[in-house]
Design a protein around this ligand. Structure first.
Ligand code: NDP
Length: 254
């Protein structure tokens, strides 16, 4: 009963971006298990995630939008309001990474990472924050950052990604301060290396180079992030806002 009061999400509507695979998929499933209805936003769809949730008695639906395009996001948010009437939670997760040295990467590549990871999260947070404020919802927004927002990964170079995630951490603090008067809490999550399709594209020699740098000598699993997100989106974290929650197996402490 106590855990249900603190962490339960029944009657809540949660929006998760990029939940067709990887971390977003695990979090969407975790939020649904805690009782939330989950609306998923991605470009290529998340039928598999919706199936995994609904087959287990949960509630979820799938919408298509590119988070870098304000008109597409506005249309998706309007559709969520039509179907669910409100938004209580945003897990602002969609993101991309390009591994390239600064002199090799093009400006278009820089822009695509910043547009998706930073501006995309800003567009989503703005669209959802506006609804929460209009409807007087004391909601919770969790922005996906990364340990790359505070440390520089080696040996791969990824300046655009690192800069985008540092931006997400400070965007989070800015929105937390700006919206605290509305009862909206805004926090970020900073995972270490997590085994997802994004990481699956990484060459094995790079993963071999990461291994000695990881105190636990392994990557995290997407499922190992669920409880941190449950904490941030539930009444359990009522006094937590503007925080960056690091779940990295100890990577950034050494
Ligand atoms: P994946 O590549 O596995 O999944 C990314 C998801 O984002 C996909 O569902 C993709 O769907 C969606 N997406 C990408 N661009 C857009 C866009 N413009 N509009 C809408 N959706 C989009 O990545 P991960 O699960 O590994 O990563 C998820 C988040 O976690 C990212 O923000 C990443 O930076 C962060 N992170 C990941 C870590 C890791 O080690 N894996 C570590 C720390 C942070 P579609 O292509 O259909 O649009």
């Amino acid at each position: 009963m106590y855990l249900e009061e603190m962490f339960g999400l029944s009657k809540k509507t949660a929006v998760v971006t990029g939940a067709g695979r990887g971390i977003g998929q695990a979090i969407a499933i975790g939020l649904a298990k805690a009782g939330a209805e989950v609306a998923i936003i991605s470009r290529s769809g998340a039928e598999e995630t919706v199936r995994m949730i609904t087959e287990n008695g949960g509630s979820a639906y799938d919408l298509r939008a590119d988070v870098t395009k304000e008109d597409e996001v506005d249309r998706a948010v309007a559709e969520i309001l039509k179907r669910s009437g409100k938004i209580d939670i945003l897990f602002n997760n969609a993101g991309i990474c390009i591994h390239k040295g600064t002199l090799e990467a093009s400006i278009d590549e820089w822009k695509s990472v910043i547009d998706t990871n930073l501006t995309g999260e800003y567009i989503m947070a703005r669209a959802v924050g506006r609804i929460m404020i209009e409807k007087g919802i004391r909601g919770s927004i969790v922005n996906m950052a990364s340990m790359s927002g505070t440390i520089v990964n080696i040996p791969q170079w990824q300046a655009s990604y690192n800069a985008s995630k540092a931006g997400v951490i400070h965007l989070t603090k800015s929105l937390a301060a700006e919206w605290v008067g509305y009862g909206i809490r805004v926090n970020s999550l900073s995972p270490g290396y997590i085994a997802t399709p994004m990481a699956a594209d990484v060459p094995q020699e790079l993963k071999d180079a990461w291994e000695p740098l990881m105190p636990m000598h392994r990557m995290g699993k997407p499922e190992e992030l669920i409880t941190a997100v449950l904490y941030l989106v539930s009444p359990a974290s009522g006094y937590t806002t503007g925080s960056d929650v690091i779940v990295d197996g100890g990577y950034t402490c050494i």
